[in-house]
Design a protein around this ligand. Structure first.
Ligand SMILES: Cc1cc2nc3c(=O)[nH]c(=O)nc-3n(C[C@H](O)[C@H](O)[C@H](O)COP(=O)(O)OP(=O)(O)OC[C@H]3O[C@@H](n4cnc5c(N)ncnc54)[C@H](O)[C@@H]3O)c2cc1C
Length: 401
């Protein structure tokens, strides 16, 4: 039987990396994921294994000690990892976004300082845009940086930092009016600061507090936190790229590749849900035959597999577009939107196939059912994706009459 979600045209190196990751997922992640998730336990052994495989440096250029691989290779690895446990892909994702932003926008000194240790997994990244009062509307950010000599003083509260506790480098987006007169468009007065800190909770650096883990319905194991800046002093050479006022664009660039990543996660979770559904459907008997032999269940499986294939194809297309050096916001938005919606639907169908047992914590599908909704929200909700897609379509199909 042809497996679902195959990717044509991969190099030998890509195939080798993927088969190593798939093997790791089958042996080291799937057997322990549900148990760790139920205990909301950080998967330290898994993270150590990924570190050893070089996954934290997958897209970091070789000159900085990474593997210098493409976004496509990265996304396909993420798909495999999310198939094992979505939370683990979340541990890598924010790290990857910060490394990508450094690679694209950092000064030479910033790249030399951070990237080699990020490639080794010794420094791990988190990124922070959201605040208690905003998520979709990034231009409404209220956290502020004020210049004081060769330093900036940061104040404000941030929300929903994936890896907020375990990271040691946070890319934080704040408003910095210095050099930008009143009346400047909101997105032109934002700056990304590279904030180093100790991993952990409490006051992790003078003026910087990570209060504790937010208790979530799913996406457990990985820590999600608030971040409070109260007179946090950051040296001017830790402004990403060395120039203020560029933060919004830098973050949006990071989020664009992050969207491909979330699409890949949706593909991975949907694949796992399909695997669980198709296996269960052949084991469970009703009315004298396996439920897979009832046409209604076969139709469900057909729909699920079609969605898995379609989402995978769109995700691969979005990654390849970015790798070719072209703008991919349309493709990334479409892939993220479709993959996350399909993921939720495929998981729901696999849950229904399990009947009452899907409701039991003994069955893996129960965990997937709580994990899929996160993908509808992270890196921009469906409504935000549709806004991006709609705007881009009107640019491309401008009425010429
Ligand atoms: C587990 C988890 C981890 C996260 N990790 C991070 C992280 O690492 N870093 C980070 O910065 N953020 C992170 N986030 C935040 C996430 O990006 C936001 O939750 C998301 O962008 C939505 O913002 P919001 O929650 O403020 O919802 P809101 O923006 O308040 O939106 C609420 C609803 O209104 C809709 N809506 C908003 N504006 C419009 C509009 N113009 N038109 C139509 N509908 C609209 C939305 O689609 C949504 O349905 C995380 C969130 C979660 C749940």
């Amino acid at each position: 039987m042809a497996r679902l979600a195959q990717t044509a045209g991969l190099t030998d190196v890509q195939q080798e990396i993927l088969s190593t990751v798939r093997d790791f997922v089958d042996k080291e992640i799937i057997p322990v994921a549900t148990e760790l998730e139920h205990r909301d336990e950080y998967p330290q052994a898994i993270v150590d294994g990924l570190k050893e495989l070089g996954l934290f440096g997958l897209m970091i250029p070789e000159e900085y000690g990474g593997l210098g691989e493409s976004l496509l290779t990265y996304a396909l690895c993420v798909e495999e990892i999310a198939r094992g446990w979505m939370s683990v892909s979340g541990i890598i994702n924010t790290h990857f976004i910060v490394a990508y932003m450094l690679k694209q926008h950092g000064t030479q000194e910033q790249k030399d300082h951070f990237l080699p240790r990020m490639a080794a997994g010794d420094i791990r990244g988190a990124f922070s845009m959201s605040e208690p009062g905003l998520g979709s509307d990034v231009s409404a950010i209220t956290s502020k940086a004020v210049k004081d000599g060769e330093e900036y003083v940061l104040n404000g509260q941030k929300m929903w930092l994936t890896n907020g506790g375990t990271s040691s480098l946070v890319a934080v987006l704040v408003r910095s009016d210095e050099g930008h007169p009143e009346g400047t468009a909101p997105h032109k007065s934002m700056t990304t600061f590279l904030v180093e800190k100790e991993p952990g909770f409490g006051e992790v650096r003078p003026g910087l507090t990570i209060p504790g883990k937010i208790d979530k319905m799913g996406y457990k194991g990985v820590d999600t936190t608030e971040l409070i800046m109260d007179g946090l002093r950051i040296s001017a050479d830790r402004v990403l790229g060395g120039v203020t006022g560029r933060g919004f664009y830098q973050m949006m660039d990071g989020v664009e590749v992050g969207r491909v990543n979330v699409a890949a996660r949706g593909c991975g979770v949907a694949q796992r849900a399909f695997e669980l559904g198709v296996q269960y459907a052949q084991q469970r008997h009703t009315f004298g035959k396996a439920i897979a032999q009832h046409q209604a269940i076969q139709f469900k499986l057909a729909e699920m597999a079609t969605k898995v294939e379609a989402a995978h194809a769109m995700m691969v297309n979005a990654a390849r577009k970015k790798d070719s050096g072209e703008r991919n916001d349309l493709e990334a938005g479409m892939a993220k939107y479709l993959a996350s919606e399909y993921c939720k639907e495929v998981v729901e169908d696999a849950f229904r196939i399990h009947g009452g047992y899907g409701f039991s914590k003994e069955y893996e599908i129960e965990r997937l059912y709580r994990e899929a909704p996160m993908l509808l929200i992270g890196e921009g909700t469906a409504e935000i994706q549709k806004m991006i897609i709609g705007r881009r379509l009107l640019e491309e199909y401008r009425f010429q009459g």
